[in-house]
Write a protein that binds this ligand. Structure first.
Ligand SMILES: Cc1cc2nc3c(=O)[nH]c(=O)nc-3n(C[C@H](O)[C@H](O)[C@H](O)COP(=O)(O)O)c2cc1C
Length: 196
């Protein structure tokens, strides 16, 4: 066996979404984020386009700016009739109660030879690598996809190209409580075996 499978299983299965509201004030360090981003880059990607892009909001100032921006984008991109004060407050609070926020985006290949869905899939694989690396450190991670991240205004804010897409905000922090547990259905529910 090349790796200790029992540890690999544990790492994969104990990865949990931990919301910023559950984070303590303990800081995530820059070298930890560097390793998280480096491992992200080892994700499979069709045609070696390496389509992932990262914006790291680490300082308090940058997270405050992000918070303000998320607030204004929410108001600009949500119909007045659907705006919800508690949603807005939660959205704006999350950057300040997290240690680090990383906006993860897909940079569309200029020639558009690779189907867009495959570029998105590659970035999703990169995000999984980020979550697993955070898990190995005992750092909580939460992948958040409020609708506003798919807006043109978000693309503008992150200085991306028109065909690029922001795929999520990843919030990082140490959990203040116990590491949450979860469960999954047995594979019999979702697998068809062709054995002959
Ligand atoms: C593409 C994607 C987008 C997600 N966006 C959100 C989100 O906006 N809000 C949220 O509460 N969870 C979001 N999640 C996290 C899921 O809620 C979470 O993975 C799921 O509840 C399973 O829990 P676990 O990650 O602890 O196994 C997202 C997950 C994925 C894969």
């Amino acid at each position: 066996m090349k790796f200790n499978l029992s540890e690999v299983n544990d790492l994969i299965r104990s990865r949990r979404s931990i919301r910023p509201e559950q984070f303590s004030s303990r800081k995530v360090q820059k070298d930890q984020i560097e390793l998280i981003l480096t491992n992200a880059q080892w994700a499979p990607n069709h045609g070696n386009t390496e389509p992932w892009r990262f914006h790291v909001f680490m300082s308090e100032e940058s997270r405050t700016e992000l918070s303000q921006k998320l607030g204004s984008l929410y108001l600009e991109t949500t119909d007045a009739s659907s705006q919800n004060d508690s949603k807005l407050a939660k959205l704006m609070r999350r950057p300040s109660i997290s240690s680090v926020v990383v906006a993860v985006s897909m940079s569309r290949q200029k020639e558009e030879k690779i189907p867009e869905i495959e570029e998105v899939e590659a970035v999703a694989c990169a995000i999984q690598n980020m979550q697993l690396t955070a898990n190995a450190y005992g750092i909580g991670c939460f992948w958040s996809t409020p609708k506003l991240i798919y807006s043109e205004k978000m693309i503008e804010y992150l200085s991306l190209e028109a065909k690029d897409k922001c795929l999520g905000l990843l919030y990082f922090g140490y959990p203040k409580d116990e590491w949450p547990k979860s469960h999954r259905k047995p594979i019999e529910y979702n697998t068809v075996w062709k054995t002959q």
